[in-house]
Design a protein around this ligand. Structure first.
Ligand code: ADE
Length: 228
């Protein structure tokens, strides 16, 4: 998979891709992430990428030309499955969307800044608009990193334990059961005995029951439509 991220502030995302699982995924050649500085395509000697809004109003708007040129450059090199725009008024990002996007080959993610991008980019170029939640961030960069992380960890071979992504919260509309590690007791707090029993069918049954219990308690909406 290849993800091209377009931003006026690419440095904001560098660290997210330079550590841990995302770094390993790139080193293993399972994903290529390219951060593009929109300013490299800015107009004139000041590398302008934004301008005042038509009709007046506070806040600058990202211009069509630099974005269009950069995207056309990328599209001349390969075909893209989706051209994504990160925006608080997009479709809410959830695990199902992460699963779907993880099956794609090439993605472009455009990060908004200032007041956002000229609507003509959204109308004619963008194929999918994504929000990571009902709040407004300073820009789309952190949101793009969140979406990329959720996608990349699903790619085959990225996680050491293949079954690990499948047992994540939300994968089966259930939250994950609690986990414990050594010591078996500290401060009088004991690890549930069943987990130390070595009886794997019993452990699995306990985990399933716990997942259901926690989901009912914390996120009953996930169980809607299922018989409780
Ligand atoms: N840009 C600013 N806020 C955002 C959000 N909540 N989701 C995606 N992109 C954004």
């Amino acid at each position: 998979m290849r993800i091209d991220i377009i931003s006026a502030q690419p440095a904001l995302m560098e660290s997210a891709f330079a550590h841990s699982i995302l770094k390993r995924a790139q080193n293993k050649g399972l994903v290529e992430v390219q951060l593009h500085n929109l300013k490299d395509y800015g107009l004139g000697k000041h590398r302008q990428i934004d301008d005042y809004q038509f009709g007046g109003g506070a806040g600058m708007v990202m211009m069509v030309e630099p974005i269009l040129k950069l995207i056309q450059d990328l599209q001349s090199q390969r075909e893209y499955d989706e051209l994504i725009y990160m925006t608080p008024d997009g479709e809410l990002f959830e695990q199902k969307m992460a699963n779907q996007l993880s099956l794609k080959e090439n993605l472009i993610i455009l990060c908004g800044h200032y007041k956002g991008v000229d609507q003509r980019i959204r109308d004619h170029i963008i194929t999918k608009e994504i929000s990571i939640g009902s709040y407004v961030l300073s820009g789309g960069e952190l949101a793009a990193a969140v979406v990329s992380d959720a996608i990349i960890r699903l790619l085959p071979g990225v996680l050491n334990d293949e079954s690990s992504a499948l047992s994540d919260s939300f994968q089966d509309d259930l939250l994950a059961p609690p986990v414990y590690t050594r010591p078996a007791e500290i401060n009088g707090w004991a690890v549930p005995e069943v987990l130390q029993s070595g009886n794997f069918p019993k452990i699995e049954a306990w985990r399933e029951a716990k997942a259901l219990e926690i989901t009912k308690e914390k996120r009953p909406d996930l169980l809607e439509g299922e018989s409780l």
